[in-house]
Design a protein around this ligand. Structure first.
Ligand code: SAM
Length: 213
């Protein structure tokens, strides 16, 4: 297995540098499938928020719905901001590549975080997510997808965001399903949307909600 230290250390450095700007720009919008995901979960469910960022809007929204939240993020700066924004959630500095939970969560939530992994890390983290879910647990995943069919997504994966170089790769629906379906996950919902923001520009985004079979 390739636990490429470059992707992880590059992104840790970059996200620590951009944390304040990311918070100020406040670009994250609640996706309609977020409501669907919450509605499938029973009261008091325990959610793992993967790459929890500033804690806004998602960790806060989970707490307001009565869920228990553990947020993990590789950036110590993001963790400080999130602790301040959402004191009722727990946040710890940890890379998703080091996830080591077993049958613990009713839901795992990953909003624009697994796109920061190369393909080998993506598969490995996928396996760790499935292990960390309880039986019938739910997994929400949002990603970017390529603009055109034959785009060289690996060559285009080092990007400049907010003045910092980081790794960010688009994933096709086929790649995502080829990763998670063999791991026993069932696709419940899928959506596509074009988004535009000051920080990331135009993006083709996808959202998947899976259930552990
Ligand atoms: C695009 S932001 C998304 C933040 C939040 N999930 C949202 O939707 O607003 C990506 C977040 O993932 C975090 N991150 C990057 N690589 C990570 C890793 N290997 N493990 C955990 N968090 C990571 C960054 O620090 C950043 O907070």
């Amino acid at each position: 297995m390739n636990k490429d230290p470059d992707v992880i250390s590059l992104n840790k450095h970059a996200w620590n540098k951009v944390a304040k700007i990311y918070e100020q720009e406040n670009i994250a919008q609640i996706n309609p499938l977020f409501e669907y995901f919450c509605n499938q979960l029973s009261n008091g469910s325990f959610i793992l928020d993967l790459g929890s960022g500033t804690g806004l809007p998602y960790a806060k929204a989970f707490i307001e719905r009565g869920f228990k939240v553990l947020g993990i993020d590789i950036s110590s700066q993001m963790i400080k901001i999130a602790q301040n924004n959402v004191p009722k959630a727990e946040f710890i500095e940890k890379s998703m590549t080091d996830l080591d939970f077993k049958d613990k969560f009713n839901g795992v939530f990953s909003s624009f975080t697994m796109l920061l992994l190369d393909t080998l890390l993506f598969k490995d983290v996928g396996m760790r997510i499935v292990q960390s879910l309880k039986k019938r647990g739910l997994f929400y995943l949002s990603l970017n997808e390529p603009w055109e069919e034959n785009a060289d997504v690996d060559r285009e994966a080092i990007v400049d965001i907010m003045g910092e170089k980081m790794y960010s790769r688009a994933y096709t629906k086929e790649e995502v399903l080829d990763t998670f379906i063999p791991m026993g996950m069932i696709l419940l919902k899928f959506s596509r949307e074009i988004q535009c923001s000051k920080i990331f520009g135009l993006e083709h985004t996808t959202v998947y909600v899976f259930k552990k079979g």
